[in-house]
Design a protein around this ligand. Structure first.
Ligand code: HEC
Ligand code: HEC
Ligand code: HEC
Length: 760
């Protein structure tokens, strides 16, 4: 067992342990360059300790010398030599090859607050600030409950889109933000904080953060612009009340009380039936803020939601597996909706939060709201016939049937652009749009071919989506279902892990129009867009939620193509535009934009993602569709912006060209600019550098203009560095040769010393 204490083995072990700790033990992970630095220092340290005295130094060296020189180890020596040479070559290649990973950005989650802040025209000392409402009313009193209730309403109206109805940071638009909205249920957020800290964060939002917290990336709005001081304190009361957390400074006095009230909220037994009070309590806590206290769909959060939460008193449901004539869904249908939620709407998935017993009880409650006459309900299931396998023939037949039965609403490419000329409305007289079948992340209750078959058969109740059992045979419906499933793969999907848009270098000319086949060379990347729920004038929902970007460049120019799914061609006054125009929304032209910082940042510090700031100006490449009445040509201009307060100033002589075409429910816009310009106000591109990039889109039909539009936060653009074969292959080969040479020299030397020892 003595070899276990051998200094060389211990040193190797120490190095391995340190490597594992640095590489996997730290969150967020260390960037590679830092990891290499840490390891170099560690190895030097270990060698210094290991060779502390002559004795251990000799011990350390002995096995290495033996390996290099001992005659009977020739085979092992050869293997080690080859591994060493290959290893060095591979490592150097890894170092010089172009790195396409997004840069790691570190961010302090809870930075130290400033001593005082100025909002609402006065100064607040954060060290002394306490929640004035806590003095006004004792916890648990009627007045206190009333204030919590008002705080809740304000929360559901303003914060739910990002922080979620469960306060878990998983609101409808949360996926569009990085960093993600805070999860207040997590003990790492408000449970650790004082109320004055929250007051600071809520009133001043992302822009109020210090630099180490990356204010430029935070989508957290500046609420003192939109809510009063009193309202912010009420929301804070609500946040603690709902989560059962206790604010930091209150811990000692009220801890027990806080815990007790959290328990009292936990309503349900794991199994078994719930009492009437328990059902009401679950409904009130989980559903009422959207679906309303009385189930009428008019909860406080409903005001700006699209689609609206269901009105249970009407007993009309969209997603069911029974015949279209059946008024009611089955319990299993309702169970599925409640458990899985409805993606693409605000309706959350409840399966991880509620027990089966609770969901069953809620289903009963829904029936009570709708006054169902349970005895009179009969369900006719849909006959499925024999399922048709998804073969190329079936898909081709499905396509033909799709053209006849579905294109009028879902569009030729399935993007949900109505071609019939009709304005579609649901039973609640709300404008409704057929689903974009190329974006499965917004499909509500449809996950596989069988579900599509079901939807086609039953239709979607209360909406124009028709039933097909009476007009189409079962095998035809299966063929269409097979075809519809192939549409899922026709659009580039959003992958949250892909944050880098790669610009591809081309030898020849760049394309000027979107249908140029040269675009096939580019690497398309899709990014999520969210409506501007951040700053007045706010926009609460937007039909266009994805942008697909491509970039090509050569020595003189850069070309960017943006594809945005947009169901309507909003060129005011055009025939197509007039068909779908909304009466109460003034016609506006569609537009898109790309945003860059004027100066490529050296550190992770960027301009604020909405229009930059005074120190960090941005360029927005803006293209707007033309108008037919009044006649206005399309515009391509660079807008210079220095923050959300200042109006962006357009530069039409900026040398930016732009052209756009709308086809089958999609705008495709191409921007082109010189790679380098003389103007100081312009971004100067550099290949091989990470350039922050963000996107914007205005849907004219919805009256989106000015600040009311969809946008993305910052992503990265990386223009491919020039391939340098001399470096890429020369350096690793050179390093490998050097390693081989050194190894051979070392071996020769040790061999000789072994021979000499043998002679003696
Ligand atoms: C547009 C999305 C969005 C909306 C709307 C929004 N937030 Fe946030 N919020 C964020 C993001 C993103 C973060 C995380 C980044 C940060 O800390 O700034 C955050 C962070 C916070 C934090 C800091 C938590 C911590 O642990 O440091 C608080 C408190 C907060 N939000 C409260 C609110 C309240 C209250 C509202 C409604 C009045 C609201 N937010 C509305 C996006 C949003
Ligand atoms: C954050 C808001 C929100 C909350 C909370 C919420 N819902 Fe919904 N719910 C919606 C919206 C929005 C729709 C409508 C979606 C649509 O029309 O496509 C909906 C639809 C429904 C439907 C109708 C499905 C159909 O086929 O028509 C049921 C049933 C339902 N919700 C049950 C519940 C229950 C039970 C709860 C509480 C456990 C709950 N919801 C909580 C927003 C919410
Ligand atoms: C008269 C217009 C109309 C026709 C014709 C029509 N649909 Fe729809 N379809 C809609 C509307 C509107 C919706 C969205 C309903 C909603 O959001 O509540 C929809 C939704 C869908 C969905 C989404 C289901 C989900 O879970 O999100 C699918 C799938 C679908 N339709 C397939 C088809 C197919 C296949 C056909 C042809 C057989 C077809 N539709 C014909 C109007 C139509």
């Amino acid at each position: 067992m003595n070899f276990l204490r051998h200094p060389l083995l211990l040193s190797v072990l120490a190095a391995v342990v340190l490597y594992l700790a640095f590489a996997y033990g730290l969150q967020p992970p260390l960037p590679k360059s830092l990891l290499i630095q840490y390891m170099i220092f560690s190895v030097i340290g270990i060698i210094m300790v290991g060779t502390f005295n002559d004795e251990t130094a000799k011990q350390m060296a002995a096995p290495i010398r033996a390996l290099l020189g001992q005659p009977n180890l020739a085979a092992l020596r050869a293997v080690v030599g080859v591994l060493l040479v290959v290893g060095v070559g591979w490592f150097s290649y890894d170092q010089v090859k172009p790195n396409l990973d997004a840069p790691v950005e570190l961010r302090t989650v809870h930075p130290a607050p400033p001593g005082s802040i100025r909002v609402y025209g006065k100064s607040f000392n954060l060290l002394k600030l306490t929640n004035p409402l806590r003095e006004k009313a004792a916890k648990g009193s009627d007045e206190y409950r009333e204030m919590v209730g008002e705080g809740g309403e304000l929360y559901y109206k303003n914060c739910i889109y990002c922080h979620g109805d469960l306060l878990d940071g998983r609101g409808h638009f949360a996926d569009g933000f990085n960093p993600r909205p805070a999860n207040f249920q997590d003990v790492g957020t408000i449970a650790q904080l004082q109320e004055s800290y929250l007051f600071w964060r809520i009133t001043t939002g992302g822009p109020g953060l210090p630099r180490n917290a990356a204010p430029w990336a935070s989508a957290m709005p500046v609420w003192h612009e939109m809510l009063s001081e009193d309202e912010v304190w009420k929301i804070i009361l609500f946040l603690y009340d709902y989560t059962g957390h206790v604010p930091r400074s209150w811990e000692l006095e009220t801890k027990e009380e806080g815990d007790a009230s959290a328990k009292a909220d936990d309503t349900a037994p794991a199994d078994g039936k719930l009492s009437k009070e328990q059902v009401t309590a679950v409904y009130q806590k989980r559903c009422a803020h959207c679906h309303g206290d009385e189930g009428d769909g008019m909860g406080p959060a409903a005001e700006f939601m699209y689609p609206l939460p269901r009105d249970f008193t009407l007993a009309s449901f969209k997603y069911k597996t029974t015949h279209a004539d059946d008024e009611f869904p089955t319990d299993a249908d309702l169970y599925n909706t409640i458990a899985e939620g409805l993606p693409g709407t605000s309706m959350p998935a409840w399966k991880d939060i509620l027990t089966k017993a609770e969901i069953d009880a809620l289903i009963h409650q829904i029936k009570v709201f709708g006054e169902w006459e349970e005895e009179e309900i009969e369900h006719q299931p849909i006959a499925e016939g024999t399922r048709v396998a998804s073969t190329p023939e079936s898909v081709a037949r499905g396509r033909e049937l799709f053209v006849k039965a579905c294109v009028q609403c879902h569009g030729d490419k399935g993007r949900g652009n109505v071609t019939s000329g009709k304005v579609l409305k649901d039973d609640w007289e709300q404008r409704i749009w057929p689903r974009n079948l190329t974006r499965p992340r917004t499909w509500r209750a449809t996950f596989d071919t069988q579900d599509v078959f079901q939807r086609i058969s039953t239709g979607i109740r209360s909406t124009p989506m028709p039933e097909h059992t009476t007009v189409m045979k079962e095998n035809d419906r299966w063929d269409i279902a097979n075809y519809v499933m192939t549409l899922r793969d026709t659009a580039v999907p959003v992958d949250p892990a892909k944050t880098v848009l790669r610009g591809v270098r081309v030898a020849g000319d760049l394309p000027t129009s979107s249908d140029d086949p040269a675009w096939d060379m580019a690497a398309p990347t899709a990014f999520s867009m969210v409506p501007n729920i951040i700053k007045e004038p706010r926009l609460y929902w937007s039909l266009n939620d994805t942008v697909v970007a491509r970039v090509l460049f050569n020595d003189t120019d850069v070309a960017i193509r943006l594809d945005v799914d947009d169901r309507t061609y909003s060129v005011p006054g055009d025939k197509l535009e007039k068909q779908y125009r909304l009466k109460d929304v003034p016609p506006t032209a569609d537009a898109v934009a790309v945003q860059f910082p004027v100066v490529i940042p050296e550190t992770s510090e960027k301009p604020w993602f909405r229009h930059g700031d005074k120190k960090h100006p941005v360029n927005m490449w803006y293209w707007r569709a033309p108008s037919a009445e009044p006649k206005v040509p399309a515009i391509a201009a660079i807008l210079d912006a220095t923050g959300p307060g200042a109006k962006p100033a357009p530069r039409t002589d900026s040398g930016l060209s732009g052209s756009g075409a709308w086809k089958d429910g999609q705008w495709s816009v191409v921007f082109r600019r010189k790679f380098a310009t003389e103007d100081e106000a312009d971004l100067q591109f550099e290949a091989g550098r990470y350039i922050p990039i963000a996107f914007g889109n205005w849907d004219g039909l919805a009256g989106e203009k000015g600040g009311r539009h969809a946008f993305s936060t910052w992503y990265w653009l990386l223009l491919e560095p020039e391939a340098r074969p001399a470096v890429l292959y020369g350096v690793p080969t050179g390093m490998a040769l050097l390693a081989a040479l050194l190894f051979v020299l070392a071996v020769r030397r040790q061999r000789r010393s072994f021979e000499m020892n043998a002679e003696n």
